[in-house]
Design a binder for this molecule. Structure first.
Ligand code: F6P
Length: 512
């Protein structure tokens, strides 16, 4: 949306008023506020009543969404039309969640479902054969973060399958540690790389192959599965077991595809289907609920409100669930790679601030680290709390304390406090009026996890549509890759000519 439109200007005025007059503590003395600014989406109770907005702001933001064409773009996304203009691709992750029994009506759907079916069948066979005790999944970014997060979150469902280790970093410590104690005969490697050209994954794959071959008389291809859009290259390089990622599945949206193989191996295909089913429920909510009561729409609009209008530099993600400890890292890629951009899909400047930093740590660890900054620092950013009403363990006292802490942190940020008599004025003052959102799951299950991840995918999409950004490309990662290749060559040739003084100085220090 252009920042020159009347609706954008109206929201600028609302932001000025909001900054000066909106007092969350006062606003929340009315019970209506919770009723009007919270909603129940599939598996997620979303409370935005502690957000720095009100119903008038929401109304204008909804107008903004309508004028930006959010509903039409969503329909285009779901229809599988090209929404990633710079790469001339559709974004097909929603298709992967359509029930597997669905009548296949297009080649696109067939490609998605065939790849997924093949993955689930392979997972079932490997589990039944019980030949492998350990699986090492090699992949980075979208090919690593999703499996890592979901494996941790679904830990209670990991039964009857191999142990799974995820290796991403090109730092050899990562692979080295994963291989400790593993027996080559009983180890399966998955190499997941959509492009089949990512330096980290190629490096780790080469070392994994060397490790397998060093074991002697093993036929390495029996111990490797390639998951890629470029299965052709993998096959040319000797892989005999391959799974397909459709071109239209972006890396950060790929956990639902064959990239989910390590998860399906650990939890079994039936549990994996429950993850897909939960995401499909959120897809239906996004498609069918009016924008006025639509969770991804609210969250996407809040992101635009905080970033572009209130100019907040980011958002803190605080999952109060051990199973979601990698959620901040997962969302970092999802949001910052999707909307961390300064131009619209047409290449013209956006003209306003877009996505800020997304960062965080699981609660309650963060409380003993950076929450000081959130409560009393000079900058204010929203915090997103994610918790589950019931626990997946039998230590009820732990869970009650955990929930009380999550709620208390949101309350403290909102209400603040003035130092009392005998206290250190200033030091023990809390400014308050610091916003948060709260996502409450009934429990962390395959279904609720699927719904939670789909909720975030769609919020990112909504914000991207309002900003006019193509949320599905990532050109900003390319320059560093090109320069790294150049520097790698210079390390061998020891040619430092033409480099800036700093890079030359550091490189010289590295190679001498
Ligand atoms: O460099 C960024 C990126 O392309 C991400 O978008 C992607 O998820 C990651 O690298 C891994 O890419 P691949 O699956 O092609 O190895």
């Amino acid at each position: 949306m252009s920042v020159d439109t009347p609706i954008w200007q109206a929201l600028e005025s609302r932001a000025a008023v909001c900054r000066q007059t909106l007092n969350l503590s006062q606003a929340l003395s009315s019970p209506d506020r919770f009723e009007h600014l919270s909603l129940q989406a599939p598996h997620v109770l979303l409370d935005c009543s502690k957000s720095l907005w009100d119903e008038a702001v929401l109304k204008d933001l909804l107008q903004l969404a309508k004028q930006a064409g959010v509903a039409q773009r969503r329909d285009a996304l779901y229809a599988g039309t090209v929404v990633n203009e710079t790469e001339q691709r559709p974004a097909l992750h929603v298709r992967l969640r359509a029930p597997l029994a669905t009548q296949i009506s297009s080649p696109v759907e067939e490609e998605c479902h065939t790849g997924l079916h093949a993955m689930l069948t392979m997972a079932q066979q490997v589990r039944e054969q019980a030949r492998f005790t350990d699986v090492v999944h090699i992949g980075i970014g979208g090919s690593g973060l999703g499996p890592e997060l979901v494996l941790q979150a679904l830990h209670p469902w990991c039964a009857g399958g191999p142990r799974v280790h995820v290796v991403s970093n090109m730092d050899g410590h990562d692979l080295h540690q994963a291989l400790q104690g593993l027996v080559p005969e009983r180890t399966l490697f998955i190499v997941a790389s959509k492009s089949w050209s990512t330096a980290e994954t190629q490096r780790n794959m080469a070392s994994a192959k060397a490790w397998m071959c060093a074991a002697g008389n093993l036929h390495w291809p029996d111990h490797f599965v390639a998951v890629s859009s470029r299965e052709d290259i993998a096959r040319q390089n000797g892989f005999t077991q391959t799974l397909h990622i459709p071109e239209g599945i972006g890396g950060r949206f790929s956990i639902w595809s064959a990239v989910g193989l390590p998860v399906a191996l650990a939890v079994g295909p039936e549990v994996f289907k429950r993850l897909l089913a939960g995401a499909a429920q959120m897809d239906a909510h996004f498609a069918q609920e009016p924008l006025e009561r639509n969770a991804p729409v609210w969250l996407g609009l809040l992101d635009v409100w905080y970033g572009s209008f209130l100019q907040m530099p980011g958002r803190c993600v605080a999952p109060y669930h051990h199973g979601l400890r990698r959620l901040p890292a997962y969302l970092q890629q999802l949001e910052m790679e999707s909307n961390g951009k300064q131009v619209r899909a047409n290449g013209q400047p956006v003209g306003c601030l877009t996505t800020g930093m997304v960062w965080g740590e699981p609660g309650s660890n963060g409380q003993h680290a950076f929450f000081q900054w959130l409560h009393q620092g000079t900058q204010c950013i929203p915090v997103e709390f994610i918790a589950a009403r019931t626990a997946g363990h039998d230590l009820p006292e732990h869970h009650e304390v955990l929930l009380a802490n999550a709620l208390a942190q949101a309350q403290a940020l909102m209400q603040g406090a003035k130092a009392g008599e005998g206290q250190l004025a200033g030091h023990q003052d809390f400014p308050g009026n610091r916003p948060s959102t709260f996502m409450l799951l009934d429990a962390l299950t395959p279904e609720s996890l699927g719904a939670l991840l789909a909720l975030h995918e769609h919020r990112v999409f909504v914000a991207g549509v309002v900003w006019g950004i193509n949320s599905f490309d990532q050109w900003g990662v390319e320059l560093g890759k090109t320069l790294a290749r150049d520097l790698r060559e210079r390390m061998s040739s020891e040619n430092l000519s033409g480099l800036d003084a700093s890079t030359a100085g550091l490189l010289e220090y590295c190679i001498r």
